[in-house]
Design a protein around this ligand. Structure first.
Ligand code: ACO
Length: 431
């Protein structure tokens, strides 16, 4: 529990209420309003939770003004440079970096869970071929609770652990299957002699008729995309997973809820929406038209891949991602592609334009990840599934933290009701 240092006083109607203040290890202090309704008979109003801490957590810290992102205290830039996705998974789940032995053991456990229940293959066939892979993933991940009955008891720490391993191991397999199904190719089984990122690329791009060798540069870029997306404190999808889990729902159902939330274009769906926007703009000469649309208050259009609820300086993930984008494009010899030209010019203009500068709207991680994924050969519909499989470890770590908290309560916000007051029912003949 965070330390209580001082109190805040709330005054209204001639009465004062003392509210405890909690101090985090880093970040702004928090006013504890848990007893406010019981003592003062008022609610607080905060749609979008812009000023509300919904839980205590030890996993991820973001300083939006400094553009800082820490996983268990380690800066994302250091992890991106020195670590790899499975080590980051261990860190997020367990709180500390693994020893060599712990890492070997963890990797071995994940590797042994990469295949999905064979009957799940038939489950896929119920979807239309042209289903969006996110739609398939929401369904298939939710359906894991129908296949893995021995890891549904959330009160058993061993079952929680197995569910976590299963999801981290199987999400790439499920995402790759959703892709293969959508293009009418046979499913490719996981290869456990490949590392996590290479295995995913192999399941997506190899076909039984040919040999396929994974490029180490592409595997490194994939691994980096996964690391950078692994967790992001209490964002919309993570809060969805926590809220679903607070009722005692099983972890597969909770992660399926997270995937559904992530799909929205204001969240994980932005990487797909961003690339589609770049293609729609098409040529550099049309950029001013779109900048004008983004600034027009009467036009709902927004520049996708720009802005962030928390980062008001820069998105540290975007910096690292930009480096990877350059590496991947160099490797693939892509220099004068029209979409890339539009992206570079849009980035340049938006970083100088008064509207974007004054509102602190910087390119976010989705701006660059879409460019890399397209260069790798992924269709836009796969961008958000890749985000989902990368974020699974974050969702599971946050869910585990919540379930292990003895103070866990079902999440149940209140409201500011502005509807009708009580009125009598009117029979239809009198309406
Ligand atoms: N293009 C143009 N204007 C924008 C944009 C944008 N991308 N983002 C915000 N603004 C403007 C808003 O119109 C608003 O202007 P106003 O103050 O004149 O009304 C102001 O900036 C603040 O915007 P809010 O919507 O209040 O900011 P919020 O924190 O709620 O939204 C969000 C953050 C959803 C990310 C928003 O910036 C957005 O829609 N961006 C595009 C979608 C996107 O890229 N999402 C990915 C986020 S990162 C991730 O999920 C991994």
């Amino acid at each position: 529990m965070a330390e209580t240092k001082r109190t805040a006083t709330l005054s209204f109607d001639g009465k004062n209420f003392e509210l405890p203040m909690l101090s985090p290890t880093v970040g702004p202090d928090v006013i504890d309003i848990r007893k406010l309704y019981a003592e003062a008979d008022v609610f607080t109003y905060d749609p979008g939770f812009t000023s509300t801490a919904s839980c205590e957590s030890t996993i991820t810290f973001i300083d939006g003004d400094k553009g800082e992102l820490l996983y268990r205290g380690y800066p994302i830039e250091q992890l991106a440079e020195n670590s790899h996705f499975l080590e980051v998974c261990y860190l997020l789940l367990n709180g500390s970096l693994p020893t060599a032995e712990q890492m070997e053991n963890f990797e071995g456990r994940i590797t042994r869970h990469t295949m999905v229940h064979e009957q799940m293959h038939y489950f896929f066939r119920g979807f239309r071929r042209d289903s969006h892979p996110m739609a398939t993933m929401v369904g298939v991940v939710g359906a894991m609770s129908a296949f893995y009955h021995d890891s549904l008891d959330i009160n058993d720490p061993w079952q929680r652990e197995v569910a976590a391993m299963r999801m981290i191991a199987k999400l790439p397999t499920i995402a790759a299957m959703a892709y293969k199904y959508s293009i009418g190719q046979p499913f490719v089984y996981p290869r456990n002699n490949l590392d996590y990122a290479s295995n995913f690329l192999h399941m997506c791009f190899s076909v039984p008729a040919e040999d396929y060798t994974v490029s180490p540069v592409l595997a490194k870029a994939m691994d980096r995309i996964m690391m950078l997306h692994a967790d992001h404190e209490q964002n919309a999808s993570t809060s969805t997973v926590r809220l679903a889990g607070s009722s005692g729902a099983n972890p597969f159902a909770c992660v399926a809820a997270g995937i559904a939330c992530l799909w929205g274009p204001a969240h994980g769906g932005a990487n797909q929406a961003c690339l589609e926007m770049l293609r729609e703009i098409g040529t550099v000469d049309r950029i001013p038209e779109y900048i004008a649309k983004a600034k027009d208050k009467n036009d709902p259009f927004r520049l996708m891949g720009f802005g962030h609820r928390v980062y008001k300086n820069f998105d540290p993930r975007a910096k690292v991602m930009k480096e990877s984008a350059d590496e991947v494009l160099d490797l693939l010899g892509i220099h004068d592609n029209e979409t890339l030209k539009v992206a570079k010019e849009l980035e340049r203009i938006a970083l100088e334009d008064e509207y974007f500068v004054s509102k602190k709207l910087y390119p976010n991680v989705d701006f660059y990840s879409g460019i890399i994924l397209e260069a790798m050969g992924f269709p836009t519909a796969m961008f958000t599934p890749i985000f989902a499989l990368s974020r699974t470890v974050g969702w599971i770590s946050q869910w585990k933290e919540m379930i292990g908290d003895p103070a866990l309560k079902i999440g149940r916000p209140r409201q500011l009701y502005i509807g009708e007051t009580a009125r009598d029912y009117v029979p239809v003949v009198n309406r």
